[in-house]
Design a protein around this ligand. Structure first.
Ligand code: ZN
Ligand code: ZN
Length: 287
């Protein structure tokens, strides 16, 4: 909720800076903020949806709502970049002098300070909650701050040298930067939607936990993981002596599940039990 208020405040300030000056570079900055308002609303909805427990139509939960939100945010950013490029092209053809530059730049700088503080807060909270949507939002805002600072420096240069062509050039630079950010956010959310596995160090941690808690079993193999927002799905085959009772094998499964759930946040474990004839050598972890 606060995200939306902050985004609207920043958008208002940046738009005021653009109206005061008529600068396309400041326009590009303001346009990015309109995207922020829309994506802050989308992120709010995504977090609410992803927190919902599994139900009959979504039996693995709603975690991926966050990737959908991040993907949408990326798409909106790409659109904003194209709009800016269009304006920059027009200003390139007809460079114009800025009106009230000092006031405009001061207001834009104020908006940048508000954004930087909020971006920092979002990234810290996103990391703590393991929320891709929040982290994506935070980095996106930081990219806004960086481009805003660049725009201010560039416009100061344009004003001191009188090269007003710098204004559309800066807007184009902002647009290309935004294109890159949008692309990165889309690529990350696509990777999540495509069932990305956990990172190498977490995979090593999972194997360590299994190795430490699998006594009684012979080996595990076909270990697979996939992440969905805050949930981590882990599955593998557990090979036990064929003469072991179902109850004994199930006790080992419970022990492994509890150990994984205790150390891996959001772990959801599924174990397939097999007799020794099914043992594999490739990718196996032997006890
Ligand atoms: Zn198997
Ligand atoms: Zn069970």
């Amino acid at each position: 909720m606060t995200s939306i208020v902050v985004a609207m405040l920043v958008m208002g300030l940046k738009y005021m800076a653009y109206v005061l000056t008529g600068s396309v570079a400041l326009y590009s900055d303001a346009l990015e903020s309109i995207v922020n308002v829309a994506t802050a609303i989308a992120a709010l909805i995504a977090v609410r949806i992803s927190e919902r427990p599994a139900d009959r139509s979504h039996q693995f939960g709603h975690h991926k709502a966050e990737y959908v939100s991040a993907g949408l945010e990326g798409a909106l950013i790409l659109i904003a970049a194209l709009l800016i490029l269009h304006q920059a092209y027009e200003a390139w053809l007809n460079p114009r002098a800025l009106t009230a530059p000092a006031e405009g730049l001061a207001i834009n700088a104020l908006a940048g300070v508000v954004n930087a503080a909020w971006a920092w807060h979002l990234i810290v909270r996103g990391r703590a909650l393991r929320s891709p949507a929040l982290i994506a939002d935070g980095w996106h805002l930081f990219s806004d701050v960086a481009t805003s600072a660049g725009v201010i420096v560039g416009l100061l240069l344009a004003l001191t040298t009188g090269w007003m062509i710098l204004d559309p050039m800066l807007a184009a630079v902002v647009a290309f930067h935004i294109l890159w950010v949008g692309w990165r956010i889309i690529a990350q959310s696509m990777s999540g939607l495509m069932d990305a596995a956990v990172a190498g160090d977490m995979m090593a941690q999972i194997r360590r936990i299994i190795a430490a808690n699998g006594n009684g079993a012979l080996q595990i193999h076909d270990l697979r993981t996939r992440m969905a927002g805050r949930a981590t799905f882990i599955e593998f085959h557990l090979v036990v002596p064929g003469s072991m009772s179902v109850t004994e094998a199930h006790d080992i499964c419970d022990r492994l599940e509890e150990a994984l759930a205790a150390e891996i946040e959001g772990a959801e474990v599924l174990i397939h039990v097999e007799p020794e004839g099914e043992a594999k050598s490739k990718g196996a972890l032997t006890f």
